[in-house]
Design a binder for this molecule. Structure first.
Ligand SMILES: NC(=O)c1ccc[n+]([C@@H]2O[C@H](COP(=O)([O-])OP(=O)(O)OC[C@H]3O[C@@H](n4cnc5c(N)ncnc54)[C@H](OP(=O)(O)O)[C@@H]3O)[C@@H](O)[C@H]2O)c1
Length: 241
């Protein structure tokens, strides 16, 4: 059990750390003195992200659809005498589209990334301080074509509270971002900015999220010894309107 309220010298494993929010978390955790390992599905891609971070970050290859790769990470961390204090998983493999067009494999990949993979990470890595899983606004504000995302996000929220009870005193929480300028929306091209403006005009915070907004709250959550079994809604109030 740990009651640590600071990150200095603690080992933080950030799964899917190559994402926009994951990279920010890695940088901020390093800045606070944590020993950070980020994982990605491609060795070269995750190394490139690590190299872009100021400070030292270890890397590993993990595909949450492949339990063996998770077990290998656990073996490697044990070999390095690493005790995982905080585990954060940001993986997301959305399966979008109307129900009649959904392919079983895409649905399975989505559940592997957010739900099954999260369980297997806990099974193998055995963090001693906290677990943080990423859900998202669509779980609370479903839209046509987003049934799988809504369901995986909802599952993450309930998985978090069930794990909080079973793993106690290890703390387990889910984070539910709203729309965040993480790079994930860059594929929209010219439509991205009007999408962001529309979201910002509607939500109570009157802005979209930044990667810093999410990182700051997550690092505060993992170091708060009384926070467990809850969902941290970092959505600018979007689920209320
Ligand atoms: N950005 C937003 O507006 C927003 C809104 C709501 C919720 N969220 C949630 O916040 C988290 C981070 O979001 P983001 O925008 O920074 O990133 P993102 O673009 O959603 O990145 C997802 C990451 O998941 C990884 N991934 C997918 N399948 C995987 C698997 N089987 N095993 C391991 N990794 C896998 C991807 O790795 P590869 O690079 O290898 O593909 C990628 O790094 C996600 O869980 C997302 O759902 C974000």
């Amino acid at each position: 059990m740990t009651t640590a309220t600071e990150l200095k010298g603690k080992h933080v494993v950030i799964v899917a750390g190559g994402s926009g929010i994951g990279r920010q978390l890695a940088q901020d955790a390093v800045d606070q003195g944590a020993l950070v390992t980020i994982t990605g599905r491609s060795a070269d891609a995750v190394r490139a992200v690590a190299d872009s971070i100021q400070g030292s970050v270890a890397t590993a290859v993990v595909d949450l659809g492949n339990e063996e790769s998770i077990a290998e990470l656990a073996t490697e961390l044990t070999r390095r005498d690493v005790v995982v204090e905080h585990l954060i998983s940001l993986a997301n493999a959305p399966a979008k589209g109307p129900v009649e067009k959904l392919e079983r494999e895409a649905i399975t990949r989505a559940f592997d990334a957010k739900v099954i993979g999260a369980l297997l990470l806990v099974k193998h890595l055995r963090p001693v301080g906290s677990v943080t899983l990423f859900s998202g606004i669509v779980g609370w504000r479903p839209k046509p074509g987003m049934v799988v995302t809504a369901t995986t996000n909802g599952a993450v929220a309930f998985l978090g509270q069930a794990l909080a009870v079973e793993l106690a005193p290890v703390r387990v929480n889910a984070v539910s971002p709203g729309i965040v300028d993480s790079g994930a929306w860059d594929g929209m091209g010219a439509d991205r900015d009007s999408f962001f403006s529309g979201v910002a005009a509607k939500n109570p915070a009157r802005r979209i999220g930044s990667t810093q907004d999410i990182s700051q709250a997550v690092l505060s959550a993992i170091t708060n010894p009384f926070l467990t079994g809850t969902v941290l809604h970092l959505d600018g109030g979007a689920r209320l309107v």
